[in-house]
Design a binder for this molecule. Sequence first.
Ligand code: UGA
Ligand code: MN
Length: 254
Amino acid sequence: PIIYAVTPTYYRPVQKAELTRLSHLFRLVPNLFWVIVEDAEETSALVRNLVNRAGLSNRAVLLHAKTPTDFKLTKKDPHWSKPRGVEQRNEALKWIRKKVKHEPGHAIVYFMDDDNSYSVELFEEMSKIQRSRVGVWPVGLVGAMYVEKPIVENGKVVGFNSMWRPERPFPIDMAGFAISTDLLESNPSAMFSYEVQKGYQESEILRHVTTRDKLQPIASNQILVWHTRTEASKLDNETKLVKKGLPQSDNDMT
Ligand code: UGA
Ligand code: MN
């Protein structure tokens, strides 16, 4: 099946590095289709050029959806204080629902942060997700643990090991599941929402499309994705250059 990988992304100094890593991963996974949604008024030349240079222009679509100001993180906000990616993932869902409507078979939707670390093997495993099911698997370095994982007995998910808000309907990270598009078609109201508590985005979409007992365990004893976060780059010396009347250090980079 085709895997629609949905990546919300926004401009900051590390953006190009993050997207370069992802794009080179995508070159190794032929059944991926990249749905990039920029948190901006319009799509950018930076993202477009990067996708073209990676040779992915015929299996990527570039969309945009700006996070409303009330919900946008500011420099002062702690990073977890507002939900991220809501607007962008919903835009992607709209696009995917239209796209798959007239296609035979099912596809798979996976929500990929631009800063996580993904193994190529994850996508081979994810391709085993059955029609009308949600696949779940372990995610490394999240929830203040080495790994958050579904607990699997006799091929069934019987629980989760999460310690952070374990009372959530689905106490898992966004990187730990993918959805058969049949479920998106049969549940047109499934989407993300600003009206949920912190950490409940995953449960919000999943509660519309599945129940715990229907989850399909995938690669249960392997970590194939890590919830890494990139630290913000220090760029103070650029200000010094500008004060001296010199151009920014990257002014001759194409
Ligand atoms: C964790 C989960 O891994 C996210 O999938 C989830 O959306 C988030 O929590 C949440 O609860 O909202 P975390 O690593 O803290 O994520 O979030 P980020 O990686 O900072 O953001 C998730 C995605 O949204 C990234 O792809 C990022 O580029 C994008 N984003 C972030 C925007 O498009 N706009 C922003 O202003 C911030
Ligand atoms: Mn992240």
